[in-house]
Design a protein around this ligand. Structure first.
Ligand code: FES
Length: 281
């Protein structure tokens, strides 16, 4: 069947809900900085800038009142953020530590939709995906392995920003489409038929989950930022930085600025995806 001029698989889920997807509060709600005070290990830039301001005013006041007004013009606007990427341990939806064993038994290329955790800031949601299929050899139609920066037995566990790089629609307007959800397939250097991806219902941007969330369709022109995952000897999973070359999270001048940090842990939450099998021609 077709929907809105785009191809759409038989039984395309939520196919009649394009308008509701477009009505989603595009990118704004979750990117508003938290009002809560910062937790451990965070730099409160607001306080730091206020101290800078007071220091400058004091010095300028001692040297002449006219300098104070001039100096104030060069004070950076107050903001909050972090000075560096924290190492954050991830926890599953049931509150247990997220381990490689747990991910590989609970989540796979089909069941990964939509697992979200915030990192490094509270208003920066990310997808946690295990791209390995439940059974069989990954071939692009059922799952993938050895993906860039993947962790786990098959290097198939990855994390990408859940805020679209076009105009900032957050999950669930941008959602993970498990293998075969829609008829549309793509191809890349590893897989001639790629049937799973991240797709944004707002305007149709699609991202290759097997290749650092590079662009498969626009209008977005930048990949989704990729969170670097790492494991310890017990298999616990941590977020620790961003892939070199990742753009800033949409809506942030710098991924480390724009809200308070998440602290030392972050938990997965499950969201109901908005799925729409419509892709730019
Ligand atoms: S905000 Fe995602 S395609 Fe426009």
């Amino acid at each position: 069947m077709t929907f809105g001029g785009f191809d759409c698989a038989t039984g395309c889920p939520n196919g009649a809900e394009r308008l509701s997807a477009l009505d989603f509060p595009i990118g704004q709600v979750r990117r508003v900085a938290s009002v809560n005070p910062p937790g451990d290990g965070e730099v409160d830039e607001t306080k730091r800038n206020l101290l800078k301001l007071l220091g400058v005013v004091a010095v300028a006041g001692a040297g002449g009142g006219g300098l104070a007004g001039a100096a104030i013009q060069y004070i950076q606007p107050p903001t909050v953020g972090l000075s560096s990427y924290p190492k954050v341990q991830l926890f599953d939806t049931d509150g247990a530590a997220l381990t490689v064993d747990k991910v590989e038994s609970e989540y796979n290329a089909t069941t990964s939709a939509d697992l979200i955790f915030n990192y490094p800031l509270r208003n920066e949601p990310n997808f946690l995906l295990n791209l390995y299929p439940a059974g069989g050899t990954p071939n692009g139609t059922n799952g993938a392995e050895n993906v860039p920066y993947g962790v786990g037995t098959h290097k198939s566990i990855v994390a990408y920003s859940a805020i679209c790089q076009h105009l900032g629609c957050p999950a669930p307007a941008i959602s993970y489409y498990p293998p075969g959800t829609c008829a549309k397939t793509f191809s890349n250097a590893s897989y001639p038929t790629l049937s799973f991806y991240l797709h944004c219902s707002c305007h149709g941007s699609t991202y290759d989950v097997t290749d650092s969330a590079s662009n498969l369709t626009g209008p977005a022109v930048l990949p989704l930022p990729q969170v670097l995952l790492e494991t310890d000897s017990a298999g616990n999973i941590y977020a620790n930085g961003m892939r070199p070359g990742s753009p800033p999270v949409n809506g942030h001048i710098d991924t480390l600025q724009g809200d308070y940090g998440v602290g030392s842990t972050a938990s997965l939450v499950k969201e109901t995806p908005i799925i729409l099998c419509s892709f730019p021609a």
